[in-house]
Ligand binder design. Sequence first.
Ligand SMILES: *Cc1c(COP(=O)(O)O)cnc(C)c1O
Length: 355
Amino acid sequence: MKKHNFSAGPCILPQTVLEQASRAVINFDNLDLSLLEISHRSKNFIDVMESAKQLALEHLGLQNKGYKALFLQGGASMEFLMVAYNLLENKAGYTNTGTWSDKAIKEARLFGEVVELASSKAANFNYIPKGYSIPSGLDYFHCTSNNTIFGTQMHEFPETDCPLICDMSSDIFSRQLDFSKFDLIYAGAQKNMGPAGTTLVVVKEDVLGKVSRQIPSMLDYSVHISKDSMFNTPAVFPVYVSMLTLSWLKDLGGISAIEKINNNKAEILYNEIDRNTLFNGFVANKEDRSKMNATFSLNDASLKDTFDTLWNQAGINGLNGHRSVGGYRASMYNALGVESVQVLVDVMQTLEKKA
Ligand SMILES: *Cc1c(COP(=O)(O)O)cnc(C)c1O
């Protein structure tokens, strides 16, 4: 039986998607060829790329609004530098809410002035800063919607008079937002969309072309847009599997349907973390809790071996916290079923009875 996969990333994917993908590896589109051995310029693959881009824009409600979707390589980490390369001329504002924002800031500083407008670093990123002001005249403002490692999530986004850029790697397609507030959204596929190897970038075209520097072709969003995400050989398999996952989500009823499921999963787990006296949540303010990654720990470290044995025996995978936080992290991405969350809660209750 498949394990209950709480892995933070690469993460669980829908079982039907894995089955479809494995069939396409052997015989794609009845071509009697593998998806992996056909030309990326063939009509069959171009159709895959076009559907993937269309589905991404459709889910976000951004079709016909001046946005382009791209499937690039280099991970979300490449976007840390591409964003700045393409958009930072003078000064940009960043919030520092976790390891990934911290890295994004470091890369951006290679290209211009970066002001850290708010940071929760001194508290090991256990909350989302609020109430900071964003000066006018910035080239852009960058934030991270969900802090995968620490288990915090932005539930509100500031108003800006400059382009709003967001790293949504670990909560893209998990909840409804007014995505038209954002000018550039990026997300590594392997958290909530597909396998590792491609990164979705959704960019409003009119924010591009404003910096004076020369941009190498591979790092230039405009080049990728002009070539329909086919400037060079794209990551065919990750793009295909992402397309399948986006179709799966559409069949399910889209973001509004999955959001209800995600809210329910998060509520079940957080209720148990709060109720069960053996556990404590990591995030300081409950309103900052992530509905994708729940971080928690045992109050009594001597129960660790017993708890670890129990959840392993229950078929749970991927529950260990990131080394910078410790404890446990339950990642509840779109493809994780509510029954898996229930299994975890049952294990937490079993531990309570034993302790
Ligand atoms: C995982 C993650 C990244 C890094 O993604 P890569 O694709 O490995 O470069 C960046 N930002 C966030 C929020 C992440 O969760």
